[in-house]
Structures are given as structure tokens and as C-alpha cells.
Design a protein around this ligand. Structure first.
Ligand code: 3EB
Length: 341
């Protein structure tokens, strides 16, 4: 299949379009403060938050594969599909859910977004959710007595249960990140075959977090191994300075950096017990780092560069993390070719 992530691309370029290969772009991500002048023809998740350290207004990422895509819209989801691989993006305005009871507008919007995703995946015959990217405004704000991240967790879990998917074990890799404003935005990758979920022996599985973190546990796995044809892709979920279920190194940026990387190393170790290709290594991963306070950027970059070397592919953005005491979160991916068998 050769699904490939191109990251750090300039915002205003439409890569591949000129060479007639735009139909081989599954979808993309736009990161930064102002929208591209000419929006791409493929589904794009817009993450309107500062990109750090590049000196430019923003950048885009593109998922490219070497097959022509089909595309469509379904209940507000923009999607593209190549073979048995599908990428989609849905943005929902919470205000449209203010009259939905019970629960908050965000809870209702979250549940509805996931319902639509599950319906699309059923209709396409690609039922297995592999990786989900969740963004919401004001993630740490308490509204009507419950933090918005916790409201999101209720809606998400309800949708998984409503569509009989279970909320433990076989759940996708994910991140859930806060932005200053904007809609609930969810991008996802899905396929015909189930992902192989990967957990972290240093951490309680998030779907088993105790109720002190909210009435419902988050529905995600620490990582997922997925299998486009002749390929093995490792998606590592948002990973933070959590050991067991507790935040460690509060108010200590380098400490949280090192602990997050220790967690990623542990997840990679678990993935390597399960993977079919040669072992994944930390220096081959492509990273995205979310930093709560832009002023911490220099020390985060220095700490990660010390650990990974200056050649590592790392994108830094400012964003809120889902616990108020977390100062950063790191996600990553890598891909290996599999011998045909
Ligand atoms: C954590 O380990 C940090 O709710 O989908 C990381 C990745 C986190 C995904 C999610 C949350 C999510 O609990 C937060």
C-alpha cells in the first residue's frame, strides 16, 4: 500500500496536485494560525493553534498512498478511501447540541460525532477504527460542575457502547487535545482488519482509570499496530507524564519530557513483542509534541533533542493537555514495509 506521512510541508503548497497525484492523497492536517488560501481537495483536519519553532505561520501534513482514492461526504464527515483504508474528518459545532438532553452540549456532540463515524464505517465495510485525533476548545474548563474533557469522555464512551464496540481492550489509539477555540474536530483512520492494541506496562490502561479522573474512563489504547497491505504501521497515542494512573513531575517540564519518553519507550517495547517486522526504534518515529505553555518550548526541544538527537522528526505545537497538571504530551508514528507472504 505504501501509506506515508509527509509532515512539515509549507501551508500554501498543494503538494502533488501539479503532478496529477492529488488523487493519491488520503487526507491531511493543517496546523497553524490562519487557513490555507486554497483548501486542498482531500479531507483536512484544521488544528488552529501555534506551531512552535519554525518561524512560519503553520504547516501541513499529508497522508499519501500509492493508490487512487475514492471520496465522499456522509453525515457531515469528509472522507477518502484507498483500498481498505479510510481517513475522515468531522467538525461539529457544539452550539447545535445545546437542546440535547441528558448531559452537556459537548457530551452530546461527542456522542453524535462517534455515532456518525461508526455508521460511516459500517456503510463502507471498514468497521475497525485504528487511530483517532480529537480536538476540543477549553478542554480543562469546568462547565456545570464537570471538566469538559470529562464530558467528552462520557459522550465518546456512550457511542462505543451504543454501537456495541466495547470500551476496553480493542479500542483505537488516540489523542484528545485542547485548543483555544473552534469546533469539536475529530479525524480518524480506519480499516477492514482490526488494529492490534498495545498497552504500556508502566501505566494503568486508560480505559481502566479510576473514577477520580471522571465518571467515565477515556476510550483509547496506548498504541495500535495496523496493517495496510504489505505494511505495518505503529500509531502511538498521546503519551504524557503519567505512571500508573497518576501524573508525575508536576511543574517540571524536563521531568515530564523524560517521563513521557520513558512511556513511549515502554510502549515501543510492547509493540516490538507483537510486531511482524523488525523492531521499531525511538529514532525512526515521527513525533508531534503538544506544549501547554509556549514559553516552555525551548526546554522541551532541548530535552528531546538530548534524548533523540537533532535528526529526529518532531513537530511542536502549543495546545492544552487533558489534565491541568500535564505540561506536555507526545504522540508518534512509524511505518515498516512487510515482505509479501
Ligand atoms: C493520558 O495518558 C493522557 O482521551 O483520547 C492521551 C491520549 C490522553 C489520548 C484520549 C488522552 C487521550 O491519559 C491523556
Amino acid at each position: 500500500m505504501n501509506l506515508q506521512l509527509f509532515t512539515g510541508l509549507p501551508l500554501q503548497d498543494l503538494p502533488f496536485a501539479a503532478s496529477g497525484e492529488a488523487d493519491q492523497v488520503l487526507g491531511g492536517v493543517w496546523l497553524g494560525g490562519s487557513p490555507p488560501l486554497r483548501p486542498p481537495v482531500w479531507p483536512v483536519q484544521a488544528i488552529a493553534t501555534p506551531v512552535l519553532g519554525t518561524g512560519s505561520a503553520g504547516m501541513q501534513e499529508i497522508w499519501r498512498c500509492n493508490e487512487a482514492c475514492t471520496e465522499g461526504r456522509f453525515e457531515g464527515i469528509a472522507w477518502r478511501r484507498a483500498g481498505n483504508l479510510l481517513y475522515g474528518v468531522i467538525d461539529l459545532d457544539e452550539a447545535a447540541f445545546s437542546a440535547v438532553l441528558p448531559g452537556s452540549p459537548l457530551q452530546a456532540a461527542s456522542q453524535e460525532a462517534y455515532r456518525r463515524i461508526f455508521r460511516l464505517l459500517e456503510a463502507q465495510g471498514l468497521p475497525h477504527l485504528w487511530r483517532v485525533w480529537n480536538y476540543l476548545a477549553g478542554i480543562n474548563q469546568e462547565v456545570d460542575g464537570l471538566e469538559r474533557y470529562r464530558q467528552f469522555n462520557i459522550g465518546r464512551q456512550d457511542a462505543f457502547l451504543e454501537y456495541a464496540r466495547g470500551a476496553t481492550g480493542n479500542v483505537p489509539a488516540a489523542c484528545a487535545i485542547g485548543l483555544a477555540s473552534g469546533p469539536l474536530s475529530i479525524a480518524f483512520m480506519a480499516g477492514r482488519e482490526p488494529a492490534v492494541p498495545v498497552e504500556n506496562p508502566r501505566q494503568v490502561s486508560a480505559y481502566n482509570y479510576p473514577s477520580e479522573y471522571g465518571p467515565r474512563s477515556p476510550t483509547f489504547s496506548r498504541a495500535a499496530l495496523v496493517y495496510p497491505p504489505a505494511q505495518e504501521v505503529l500509531f502511538i497515542s498521546g503519551t504524557a507524564s503519567i505512571v500508573g494512573h497518576q501524573t508525575v513531575h508536576p511543574d517540571d517540564v524536563p521531568g515530564q519530557c523524560r517521563e513521557s519518553m520513558a512511556n513511549i519507550a515502554a510502549v515501543v517495547g510492547e509493540a516490538n513483542r507483537l510486531c511482524r517486522s523488525p523492531e521499531f526504534t525511538l529514532d525512526e518515529l515521527s513525533y508531534r509534541v503538544y506544549i501547554r505553555h509556549a514559553a516552555d518550548f525551548a526546554v522541551v526541544r532541548e530535552t528531546l533533542t538530548d534524548m533523540l538527537g537533532s535528526a529526529a522528526e518532531i513537530i511542536y505545537v502549543q495546545a492544552d493537555i487533558c489534565r491541568h497538571d500535564l505540561l506536555l504530551e507526545i504522540e508518534a508514528m512509524a511505518s515498516h514495509t512487510l515482505g509479501s507472504c
